[in-house]
Design a protein around this ligand. Structure first.
Ligand SMILES: [Zn+2]
Length: 372
C-alpha cells in the first residue's frame, strides 16, 4: 500500500478527498504537528507528504527540511500548502525548506490533483472524457450504425455504438461534433469489438494530410462538467486549420480552460484564438489553468491572448545545471510575488539530483501577463 502523509488542514483534507484523488487509492495518514509529520514520515516512507506551513511545534517548512535531510526518505516528495498572498519572505522560507512543490490555498480540486499527479509521476487524465461531443456513423454497405467517439487520436478511435455492429473487418467512419460542423470521413479497420458488439476499436487507414488535419481539429477541444465546474480541455496546435466553431455554443456561465495540451501556436492560430475569445459573450467569467509553455509564452507576448480571462496556473521551465536538464514544474500564479516591483518565483530542487533549480525564462518576459 502506498502512503500519503497529510497535515490536518481541513482545506487540504477536502482537496485530498476529491474523486480524482480518492481514485489514486493511496492510504492517507493525518498528522497534527510538524514533529509528528517527521516521525510518521520516517516510519511510513510515504510517496508524498502534504505539509501545512503553519503546523504546531515545528512548522511545515522546518518539517520539510528535516524530511529532506533524511537519507531514507529520498523518494518522498513534499508539497507545502500555504495561504496567499505570497511574499518575498515566504519565498525565502520555501527555498530553505527544499520542498518539491508549493500549493497556495484556496485552490480548486482539479488544480490540486494535477499537482499531486505531477509529483507522483502519474497521468493527469485517463483518455478523453468526451463521450458526447463527436458523433460517429459507422457504415458498411447500406447500413449505418450511429454512436459516439470516446477516444480519438490521429491513428484511431474507440467508439460506442447505439446498436450492435456485426463482425466486420472494415468500415467507413463519418465523424463530426455533436452540434454540427464539418464531417471528417475516413476508412477504418475494426481492430477489436466488445462482446456486446457496441464497443468498437477502429484503426484509421490511408489517412491523407487533409484528413489528419481534420482529425486534429476534432481533437482540439473537449468539454467536461467536473465537480460543478465546466472545463474545456485544449489539445494540440493552434494553426491555420484550427477550428473553434461550435465550442462557444457549449459554454455558459463560468468556464475553466485546461491549456496543458496546447503544444504549438503560430500567428494564424493565435489570431483565431483571440477572435474566438472576443466573441465568447455567453461566458461571464473564465480562467486558464495548467497552461503549457507554448500557451503561456503567447499570453506573455500578445495583448488580448487571454481575452477577459486570467491565468490560474502554468508550466514553468526550470533548469538543473548539475544534470543539465530541463525540469518543468506546475506553478500557480498565486505562488509568484511582485512585492518589491520585480517578479520572484519559488525555487525548488532538481527531482533527479537535488541541486537547486534555476528559472529558465526571464520572469519578466515569461510572466508578462501577471502585470498586465
Ligand atoms: Zn539535477
Amino acid at each position: 500500500m502506498q502512503h500519503i502523509l497529510t497535515a490536518s488542514n481541513s482545506d487540504v483534507l477536502k482537496l485530498l478527498g476529491s474523486r480524482a484523488c480518492a481514485r489514486l487509492g493511496f492510504a492517507r495518514h493525518i498528522v497534527s504537528s510538524g514533529i509528528e509529520a517527521v516521525n510518521a514520515a520516517r516510519h511510513l516512507k510515504p510517496r508524498l507528504a502534504v505539509l501545512d506551513g503553519d503546523m504546531p511545534d515545528v512548522n511545515g517548512f522546518e518539517a520539510c527540511r528535516r524530511i529532506k535531510a533524511e537519507p531514507t526518505l529520498k523518494e518522498t516528495r513534499v508539497m507545502l500548502v500555504l495561504q496567499g498572498p505570497f511574499t518575498r519572505d515566504k519565498l525565502g522560507q520555501v527555498a530553505e525548506a527544499g520542498c518539491d512543490d508549493v500549493m497556495v490555498l484556496p485552490a480548486l480540486d482539479a488544480e490540486f490533483f494535477a499537482h499531486v499527479a505531477d509529483l507522483l509521476s502519474l497521468p493527469r487524465r485517463h483518455g478523453r472524457r468526451v463521450t458526447v461531443e463527436l458523433l460517429a456513423r459507422v457504415e458498411e454497405g447500406t447500413r449505418t450504425w450511429e454512436g459516439f467517439i470516446e477516444n480519438l487520436s490521429t491513428t484511431g478511435a474507440k467508439v460506442q455504438l447505439l446498436e450492435q455492429l456485426p463482425s466486420l473487418p472494415f468500415v467507413r467512419a463519418w465523424m463530426r461534433r455533436q452540434r454540427g460542423g464539418r464531417v471528417t470521413e475516413v476508412d477504418a479497420r475494426v481492430v477489436w469489438r466488445q462482446d456486446d458488439g457496441r464497443g468498437v476499436g477502429l484503426e484509421f487507414r490511408n489517412v491523407s494530410l487533409e484528413v489528419r488535419e481534420q482529425i486534429e481539429a476534432l481533437m482540439l477541444w473537449d468539454v467536461a462538467l467536473e465537480d460543478g465546474q465546466l472545463r474545456v480541455y485544449l489539445d494540440g496546435d493552434f494553426i491555420e486549420t484550427t477550428d473553434f466553431a461550435g465550442l462557444d455554443r457549449q459554454l455558459a456561465g463560468s468556464v475553466d480552460f485546461d491549456a496543458s495540451g496546447v503544444r504549438y501556436i503560430n500567428s494564424h492560430g493565435s489570431r483565431l484564438w483571440v477572435a474566438f475569445l472576443r466573441e465568447l459573450d455567453t461566458v461571464e467569467h473564465y480562467t486558464f489553468s495548467r497552461c503549457s509553455v507554448a500557451f503561456t509564452l503567447q499570453a506573455a507576448m500578445l495583448d488580448g491572448f487571454l481575452g477577459k480571462g486570467r491565468i490560474v496556473s502554468m508550466m514553468v521551465p526550470y533548469h538543473c545545471e548539475t544534470c543539465d536538464r530541463e525540469d518543468i514544474r506546475l506553478l500557480q500564479v498565486a505562488a509568484i510575488t511582485d512585492e518589491t516591483g520585480a517578479l520572484a518565483l519559488p525555487s525548488f530542487r532538481c527531482s533527479r539530483c537535488g541541486s537547486r533549480l534555476n528559472e529558465e525564462e526571464i520572469p519578466e518576459k515569461y510572466f508578462g501577463f501577471v502585470k498586465r
